[in-house]
Design a protein around this ligand. Structure first.
Ligand code: ADP
Length: 338
């Protein structure tokens, strides 16, 4: 188990990470999610031992303060894989096991096993300079896993890839991490990626961990409006929770986990769907997405105190600016804030 206990990293007297504490249990994937510049990479580097920090980083209770990077037993993957360009794929993956003194025959078997795991069986003799971006990241992952690290540290491993590849590789990565039972810290600014890959989330903002918990708990109950907005919420409005249901101007939904009383409801665009019944409004803008249409709807006449909200429509709805539509509440996109 990894324990990060009140870690602070300061550059030129400015703290980039402040008093950060978190834990990762064996076999668990934790995503460190936050906007660019929030201190994610700095915290990962401090855990790896690449950055000097105050506070403590422990493994199974042992303080790692005096333990150099290469003796921590951690595997690292960065955004641009950083493969050894003069070695072939097998040479890259076998590097760690060779440093550990693994005999050649065992090394070959380990390389083949890892290539199988990352979906690149038979790639041993390929020069790494001839790999696509996605293949290179798979090799980087195999190389990091080869010495059987006790913790895998992934710093934006998919950010250098185009959107479609990123999505498919994220799904593959889930499988690889599960099969390898790898205890993992994943740094990302992409909430989709965090939700796809992680069991738990820690949200970092301005160097501080603002919230951590199970992915689903953080998703549906962000601690404040700022975290909520970072997690995709684009509108907030008052609501009332009674008997496990929340009611707001757009309707009501079951929230058995929410506390009773007056609350702030957060709406992500897909919490409101263009439907045959619901709250009326006028479409003021429209943008086509890959599998739906995003609309901005003026609801000021039907919801006092609100101007426009984001909502989604299907392609088949064929809505245009100027259209009158109705918006129905979809609880899946809703959050209770605070
Ligand atoms: P993130 O990974 O969330 O994008 P970083 O950890 O890279 O954020 O950076 C956090 C803050 O620390 C930023 O303000 C960045 O400019 C600063 N920073 C990062 N690395 C250094 C460095 N080596 N020297 C000085 N400032 C740095």
């Amino acid at each position: 188990m990894l324990t990060v206990d009140r870690v602070t990293v300061t550059y030129d007297r400015t703290p980039a990470v402040r008093d950060a504490s978190l834990e990762i249990a064996d076999g668990e994937v934790l995503a460190l999610l936050g906007p660019s510049g929030s201190g994610k990479s700095t915290l990962l580097r401090a855990i790896a031992g690449l950055e000097s920090a105050t506070g403590a980083v422990r493994w199974d209770g042992d303080d790692l303060a005096g333990v150099p990077v290469h003796r921590r037993g951690f595997g690292l993957v960065f955004q641009d894989g950083q493969l050894f360009p003069h070695r072939d794929v097998a040479g890259n993956i076998a590097f760690g096991p060779r440093m550990q003194g693994m005999p050649a025959g065992d090394r070959d078997r380990r390389v083949a096993e890892l290539l199988e795991l990352v979906g690149l069986a038979g790639y041993e003799r390929r020069p790494v300079t001839e790999l696509s971006g996605g293949e290179a990241q798979r090799v980087a992952l195999a190389r990091a896993l080869a010495p059987r690290p006790r913790l895998l540290l992934l710093d934006e491993p998919l950010s250098g890839l185009d959107a479609e590849l990123r999505e498919s590789l994220a799904l593959d990565l889930v499988g690889v991490l599960r099969r390898a039972k790898a205890t993992t810290l994943l740094v990302t600014h992409d909430q989709e990626e965090a939700f796809t890959l992680a069991d738990r989330l820690a949200v970092l903002d301005d160097g501080r961990i603002r919230q951590s918990g199970d992915v689903i708990d953080v998703w549906r109950a962000p601690v404040d409006e700022r975290v909520a907005r970072f997690l995709g919420v684009t509108a907030v409005l008052p609501g009332e929770v009674t008997d496990g249901r929340v009611s707001c101007a757009f309707g009501s939904a079951e929230v058995p986990w929410a506390r009773v009383g007056t609350v702030t409801v957060g709406l992500r665009p897909h919490a409101l769907r263009v439907a045959s019944t619901g709250v009326p409004g006028e479409v003021v803008a429209r943008a086509r997405r890959r599998d739906h249409t995003r609309v901005t709807v003026d609801v000021s006449e039907s919801v006092p105190g609100m101007s426009t909200v984001d909502a989604v429509a299907t392609m088949a709805d064929a809505v245009q600016p100027g259209d009158e539509v109705r918006l129905a509440l979809d609880p899946g996109g809703m959050a209770i804030v605070g």
